[in-house]
Design a protein around this ligand. Structure first.
Ligand code: NAD
Ligand code: WQD
Length: 340
């Protein structure tokens, strides 16, 4: 299939490009590079041995989207573009609604105009909200997300569901990611956060590589086995393969509509277990200190991953050791990310 990949230059987007192209699909990237570098695309081109067409544009720019759809006859969109920093979303909620909600609305309008009615959307486990019991199951529906970022994901899910209900020609997969980490095993592409990382593994890697002095662990008094928070970490390459499976499931699909899938491993790991595993696999030192809890953190959540296994034939295959080894390969070979 020919696929437009919005946000294709980002962390998950680049890994998905590699898996899409390896599976024989054609891609066009649509990205404004607000949180990524064109160098990431060059690295993807090196990995796959072919050029990757790129449209530099914003998803809020309808005219630019229309030109992209007119130039490239795509059959589906994988939609990664958006802002994703939870802390920043508290400080700049309007920017999050503008990029994530209005941006997606513009994209859906342009798709409608171009007659492209198939979309795979990057959603998040955060849509289950603060009060959901674990493990999270798709049938539970959406709860009350604890932050504006999560709220934008819930609104977009609803918008896509409403659209598909109004017009049966639309087909959508809402993929709820748990905690993606790791990097391509080549060490050529990986996560390159701007500034101080918000997420755990990029922070650990930057401590190990000497960019940051120590890790602050946010709380050790949670009701978990060692008192630190528990999450469902999955390898970004497994996640990327999940997108290919979701896309291919649409092919030959007789009924349209919306399908929602958790993409996670089904297993939780605590923060202390993450640090220990990283140290064990890489042999690096990771000094840490326990500090107070971070606002908005939930004690523990992980996926019930059975729906994606049964309906998409997808399950996470890589181990925590793979995630640590590949993260470190990327970080140690590219200490300054794509900027180095
Ligand atoms: P990322 O920031 O690395 O990639 C997002 C890409 O979108 C970047 O290349 C950025 O330049 C581009 N972009 C942002 N706003 C845009 C706009 N208005 N127009 C055009 N391009 C724009 O993030 P990621 O980690 O690859 O995440 C991809 C998607 O997955 C996001 O929607 C994110 O919310 C979602 N998600 C990520 C995680 C995670 O932990 N990384 C978890 C759940 C969901
Ligand atoms: C994991 C654990 C922290 C950093 C967020 C978003 C979610 C999704 C993924 C989407 C937590 C602890 C972290 C640090 C720490 N993003 N931690 N010290 O919060 O589960 O999920 O990212 O696009 O929507 O909410 O991931 O990696 O930030 O934190 O102790 O310096 O590590 O408290 O328990 P989180 P995370």
């Amino acid at each position: 299939m020919k696929v437009l990949v919005s946000g294709g230059a980002g962390y998950i987007g680049t890994h998905t490009l590699v898996e899409l192209i390896s599976a024989g699909h054609e891609v066009v990237v649509y990205d404004n590079f607000c949180n990524s570098s064109p160098r990431a695309i060059t690295r993807v081109e090196e990995l796959v041995g072919q050029k990757v067409p790129v449209v530099r544009g914003d998803i809020r720019d309808r005219a630019c989207l229309d030109r992209a759809f007119a130039k490239h006859s795509v059959e589906a969109v994988i939609h990664f573009a958006g802002l994703k920093a939870v802390g920043e979303s508290y400080r700049q909620p309007l920017s999050y609604y503008d990029n994530n909600v209005i941006g997606t609305q513009r994209l859906l309008e342009a798709m409608e105009e171009a007659g492209v009615r198939s979309i795979v959307f990057s959603s998040s486990a955060t849509v289950y909200g603060e009060d959901a019991p674990v493990p999270y199951v798709e049938a539970m529906g959406r709860g009350r997300p604890s932050n504006p970022y999560g709220a934008t994901k819930a609104v977009v899910e609803q918008m896509i569901e409403d659209l598909a209900r109004a017009d049966s020609r639309w087909s959508a997969s809402l993929l709820r990611y748990f905690n993606p980490i790791g990097a391509h095993p080549s060490g050529r592409i990986g996560e390159d956060p701007q500034g101080i990382p918000n997420n755990l593994l990029p922070f650990i890697s930057q401590v190990a590589v000497g960019r940051l002095p120590e890790l602050s662990i946010f709380g050790d008094d949670y009701p978990t086995r060692d008192g630190t928070c528990e999450r469902d970490y999955l390898h970004v390459v497994d996640l990327a393969v999940g997108h290919v499976k979701a896309l291919e499931a649409k092919k030959g699909m007789t009924s349209s509509g919306v399908a929602t899938y958790n993409l996670g491993t089904g297993r939780g790991t605590t923060v202390l277990e993450m640090v220990r595993s990283f140290v064990q696999v890489t042999g690096q030192r990771v000094p840490y200190r326990i500090v107070s809890r971070r606002e908005g953190d939930l004690p523990a959540f992980w996926a019930d991953a059975s729906k994606a296994r049964l309906e998409l034939g997808w399950s996470a295959e890589k181990t925590l050791e793979d995630m640590m080894r590949d993260s470190w390969r990327w970080q140690s070979a590219n200490p300054e990310g794509y900027g180095g």
